[in-house]
Unconditional design. Structure first.
Lengths: 542, 266
């Protein structure tokens, strides 16, 4: 059995009306029981390659050359792969929030994967379908599968939904699983559990796994071999360890350098903080009213002091209350209890004109640069918007200020006349940062500023933030779920869980000697950590 | 980004452009005076001299239809504008302020919606008196509720967008948030509704003119023309048919454009 399970030769895919091929001359193989990671930035063609194998290309894309063979059969360009798809090739889609039908129960959706292939006989009884679904959910690692099968998708967390998708993908006992960014929407801890489970399934059943991911850390930790794509081509291929230890292609080197791990240089610059208090949160608490009655305590008595010029990071999984803390500091959400102090003044109850004056000093950069910029305004007007709102300067001085700000965030001047849709994610986040800096704030709140960006772009934006902080002496509250990102920028780290600040300390101390068990769990879940340590002992920081 | 033009919407646009041009510059289309009476040529059928025939007083019907376009379209456009502006303001306020203001405004809109449109228009004309402008206002008022509802729905969607919060964090006052950030991003479906409403307004204005509340004789207007032609329905079919066709084709064209706008936005 030397024949690989999946073999792609010289695959070329082109979108109608596109100037260039989306995928060009791509070749790769996946053997039985082997895990191959397909790594690249967004737009590198990795998802298009995966979709071509599944025959799930969008209608305006076409396979224009090459061959895809599965278990010796040519399946190139077929759109009706019904017999293979789901039956012998399983697919785990990217977004667990939208990949399940919201109006059907979990159990029915899992059972459908079986009945669609006639695996339960001609006319399966309801009870048989239900039992089979529950059994599959259990195999996919869903706790309490009997109860979950009777629930609807919205009642499940993101991690659970992803397991349901895995249950559907493995329903028919496929020989090959294709997982497209299966964990990029999830927290690190959940991500680790899902990946552990996929690895376990592969080891037990000998299923081949093609793992599509932008995260080199995940790839190194989980894959036997890594195929690196850039600009629609395969630029490098090899055993996982070798790729990180000795990358040959410059694009691979970029990816390796940008991968946020827990080693490598920290972009943090010399501290400029003083003992002077810049902002203080005192016993901050926020309750949300639930639809079914009752309240949810999202933030529970958080005390936090930001000294002038320091960067404090708040880390935690989604729902831990970290963003709500940021929004209360920004005075965009009213606290249920507790007080917010800024420059020694109690600003908890400021309204109207006084609140607007406060907002000149506290600015925010949001997570999603695709949604935080008004799509109908040009970049220049977006950056100038706070200046107009605060009535700073006249038309000419504003234009000059916009030019300065663009330069400050390294945004090319010719982009100023464009609209956000014409910019890349990294460029948009630079626009958002320039807008936040426009009124000259002393305190910048960054709410997951890089989590929507690719690793290489992430590194650039983090460098920019560190540089700006040093040049402008900004105080920064940095919200993130990713410890690897946080360690590059933070002076101090606060760890949040269930609305409480469970640990707060110097960044180095928290990262090397976590005091709270939850912090230790978060640290252990950062992908690629062990593999990189083993592969790159020389670069480890003392 | 302009929607890709298919033949249907393209033809519709051409027709609307022609009708618009006729409304603005009727003398480009016909040299004849729509009010010139010629008893000798009364009730003659379509002929090279009078392509659409003449009426009971021998006036050229083509000239009257062309000159009538202005009155019909102005009234319909004004009616749409009244609905768009008033409905837009109500919808914007209701959607952005929420709470009691939302409840009050939307219940008022529901009341407005519960009265049949033509009945409401007639009641308003009874109060305001006849005349082109009053007809336009009376028709416009019936459109307010629909505009308010669709604007509100869009505003509810847009107000949750991070860029609206970013504008607030950037120090923008409420009017600026509404006018610069919320409104421009809420107008897509509103535009499509405006084209649809325009079609309905042409019909409603013509109906009211038919009943004699709009343009006063001897000035031509499409609905009024149909009404005048009704007296000679048995002998002179062209008097009702051609003005009626002008109304129908224009309404269908406006509908097509509305659908193209809606599709282009998806």
């Amino acid at each position: 059995m030397n024949q690989p399970l999946l073999r792609i030769d010289d695959l070329t895919v082109r979108y109608r009306r596109a100037a260039a091929d989306a995928v060009h001359g791509v070749g790769l193989t996946v053997g039985r029981g082997e895990t191959v990671a397909l790594v690249g930035e967004s737009g590198s063609g990795k998802s298009t390659t995966a979709h071509a194998v599944l025959g799930l290309l969008p209608p305006d894309a076409r396979v224009t050359g090459g061959r895809i063979s599965f278990d010796g059969h040519d399946i190139t360009g077929e759109r009706r792969l019904g017999a293979l798809r789901g039956r012998r090739i399983g697919f785990v889609p990217q977004d667990p929030a939208t990949s399940l039908n919201p109006v059907h129960r979990i159990g029915a959706q899992v059972a459908e994967a079986l009945t669609a292939h006639g695996l339960l006989g001609k006319r399966p009884s309801r009870a048989a379908a239900r039992d089979a679904a529950v059994e599959l959910l259990a195999r996919a690692g869903v706790p309490d599968p009997g109860r979950r099968a009777a629930q609807y998708p919205h009642e499940l967390s993101g991690g659970l939904r992803q397991r349901v998708l895995i249950a559907i993908a493995i329903a028919a006992g496929p020989d090959l699983l294709i997982a497209d960014e299966p964990t990029s929407a999830l927290d690190v801890i959940v991500q680790r559990r899902i990946l552990d489970h996929l690895a376990d399934l592969g080891a037990r059943t000998g299923t081949g796994l093609l793992l599509v991911t932008h995260d080199l850390g995940v790839a190194v930790e989980r894959a036997d071999r890594i195929v690196v794509m850039a600009g629609g081509r395969v630029v490098e291929e090899g055993p996982a360890r070798r790729i990180v230890a000795a990358p040959r292609h410059p694009r691979t080197r970029e990816l390796v350098a940008a991968a946020p791990g827990l080693d490598g240089p920290r972009a943090r610059v010399a501290r400029r903080e003083s003992a002077e208090e810049h902002a203080r949160l005192d016993g901050l608490t926020k309750d949300f009213r639930l639809h079914r009655g009752g309240t949810l305590r999202a933030v529970d008595g958080v005390d936090l002091t930001l000294a002038r010029g320091e960067t404090v990071a708040l880390v935690g999984e989604s729902g831990s209350g970290k963003s709500t803390v940021a929004r209360m500091l920004l005075r965009l959400t009213e606290p249920t209890a507790g007080r917010v102090f800024f420059e020694g003044r109690d600003v908890t109850a400021l309204r109207g004109g006084e609140l607007r004056t406060l907002r000149r000093d506290i600015q925010v950069v949001y997570q999603n640069p695709y949604a935080s910029l008004n799509p109908r305004m040009t970049v220049a007007r977006i950056i100038a918007d706070p200046l107009v709102s605060f009535g700073i300067g006249d038309r000419a001085t504003r234009r000059a200020r916009v030019g300065e700000l663009a330069e400050l965030v390294a945004l090319p001047a010719e982009l100023l006349r464009r609209r956000p849709a014409e910019l890349s994610g990294g460029q948009r986040q630079r626009v958002a940062i320039a807008r936040a800096l426009a009124p000259g704030p002393g305190l910048l709140v960054c709410d997951e500023p890089v989590s929507a960006l690719d690793a290489t772009v992430q590194a650039q934006i983090l460098d920019l933030l560190a540089d700006l902080k040093a040049r402008l002496g900004l105080t920064c509250l940095f919200i993130s779920h990713d410890l690897a990102v946080v360690r590059r920028v933070a002076d101090r780290i606060g760890v949040m869980r269930h609305g409480r600040l469970v640990e707060l300390g110097d960044a180095d101390a928290v990262l090397s000697r976590p005091a709270h068990p939850y912090t230790a769990e978060l640290l252990a879940a950062v992908p690629g950590r062990d593999a990189r340590h083993r592969a790159l002992p020389s670069t480890r920081q003392p | 980004m302009p929607p890709r033009l298919r033949p249907g919407p393209a033809l519709a646009l051409v027709w609307l452009t022609l009708v618009g041009a006729a409304a603005l510059l009727p003398s480009w289309f016909t040299a004849l005076d729509p009010l010139a009476v010629a008893p000798a040529e009364r009730l003659s059928g379509p002929s090279p001299a009078h392509p659409l025939g003449t009426d009971q007083l021998g006036r050229d019907l083509f000239a009257r239809v062309v000159h009538g376009a202005g009155a019909s379209l102005t009234a319909a456009a004004l009616a749409t504008l009244v609905g768009l502006v008033a409905g837009g303001v109500f919808g914007l306020l209701a959607g952005f302020l929420r709470g009691p203001a939302d409840a009050l405004i939307m219940r008022l809109m529901d009341m407005l919606l519960s009265i049949p449109g033509l009945l409401l228009s007639l009641a308003l004309i009874a109060v305001l008196g006849p005349g082109t402008r009053n007809v336009a206002v009376a028709v416009g008022v019936t459109g307010i509720a629909a505009f308010a509802r669709i604007t509100r729905a869009e505003v509810l969607r847009v107000r949750e967008e991070p860029f609206v919060e970013a504008a607030r964090a950037g120090g923008a006052r409420l009017p600026r948030v509404l006018l610069r950030h919320v409104l421009p991003n809420s107008l897509g479906p509103v535009r499509a509704l405006a084209a649809l409403d325009f079609a309905g307004a042409i019909l409603a204005v013509s109906a009211l003119s038919f009943l004699g509340y709009g343009v006063q004789p001897p000035h031509p207007e499409w609905g009024a023309l149909v009404s005048e032609g009704r007296d000679a329905l048995r002998t002179a079919w062209w008097l009702t048919t051609f003005p009626g066709l002008a109304v129908v084709v224009t309404v269908v064209a406006a509908n097509r454009v509305s659908r193209a706008l809606e599709g282009g936005l998806r």
